[in-house]
Design a protein around this ligand. Structure first.
Ligand code: YXS
Length: 261
């Protein structure tokens, strides 16, 4: 499910699960963990995360077949995609997401959790919890908030529409947008620049920025309110309907409305 390579202190992870449009499943995330561990042992100074050249879908996000039935939090701490995002954020060297094709659902957050994003000009990002009636988790929404202005995060999450990388780059969400033919050269030139600098300083600055970006206070009462509201969603008939509709390849028929103030 992943192709790995190390050259010039740069580790490359290529998503290789075409038949499921590179959807992140538990087995793939286990491969990520092993790959990052091997990169750490090899003293890799920069990681490039990419799909295979010519991919029309970079990743379809969380593997929907692995979302739990109603009644269980679909994005709990131990969820594979949550684990993947934490591993990217904690890896002691920059991770560059090299994007071509469309990015969906939790893969948007995964890319936003990377340190830098270089995208081909025809790439798009579509955040899709609202398409499935998934109650996104607090840490995940913070990743969106750290990546994009609040109103853009809301546009992505409420419309679930694909946004162009040109627009996201103009908003500062993406570092560079290039012609597809230059994508690899521009990405690896950046990776080489990073690898030529001091790994210790970069690792410590990355960890400081992670801590600062996550430094938000929240009262226990607010946290419990959020968890209660999320439970209403993943316990709902509409949550089951969202997953069923995807599997039956039809539009979902959501009927439920919030009853909370
Ligand atoms: O019909 P087969 O068996 O060949 O399988 C199809 C799809 O069902 C499967 N597939 C997936 N399986 C599990 N999880 C997925 N996320 C997923 N996406 C696709 O892959 C086979 C080929 O898909 P197909 O025929 O639709 O390919 P396509 O090239 O026509 O269209 C590609 C996509 C990505 C536009 C389309 O597959 C699609 O819309 N996929 C779902 C994208 C999505 O809604 N992702 C969100 C996943 S849930 C998630 O990430 C978070 C929990 S949240 O929702 O909160 O963000």
């Amino acid at each position: 499910m992943l192709l790995l390579a190390i050259a010039d202190n740069i580790g490359t992870i290529t998503l290789d699960r075409d038949h499921r449009r590179n959807a992140f499943c538990e087995e793939m995330v286990q491969g990520f963990t092993a790959a990052l561990e091997s990169f750490r042992s090899a003293g890799v100074r920069c990681v490039v995360l990419r799909a295979k050249p010519g991919s029309t879908v970079w990743s379809a996000g969380h593997d929907i077949d692995e979302l739990p039935a109603a009644g269980l939090d679909p994005l709990a701490w131990r969820d594979p995609m949550r684990k993947l995002i934490r591993e990217i954020e904690l890896f002691p060297a920059p991770v560059i997401a090299m994007i071509e094709g469309s990015v969906w659902g939790g893969a948007c957050e995964t890319v936003f959790a990377c340190d830098l994003i270089v995208a081909a000009s025809d790439a798009t990002f579509a955040a899709t919890p609202a398409r499935l009636n998934v109650p996104y988790n607090v840490g995940g929404l913070l990743t969106f908030l750290n990546a994009a202005p609040l109103n853009i995060a809301k546009e992505m999450l409420f419309t679930a529409d694909p946004l162009s990388v040109e627009r996201l780059c103009s908003l500062g969400v993406i570092n560079k947008v290039v012609d597809k033919a230059e994508l690899e050269a521009v990405t690896f030139a950046m990776a080489h620049r990073i690898a030529a600098n001091a790994p210790l300083s970069i690792a410590v600055m990355k960890e400081q920025l992670r801590i600062l970006a996550g430094a938000h206070t929240m009262s226990p009462e607010d946290f419990e309110r959020i968890q209660g509201l999320r439970r209403v969603v993943y316990n709902s008939q509409d949550y089951a309907e969202g997953i069923r509709a995807f599997k039956e390849k039809r539009k979902p028929n959501f009927k439920q409305f919030p009853k909370f103030p």
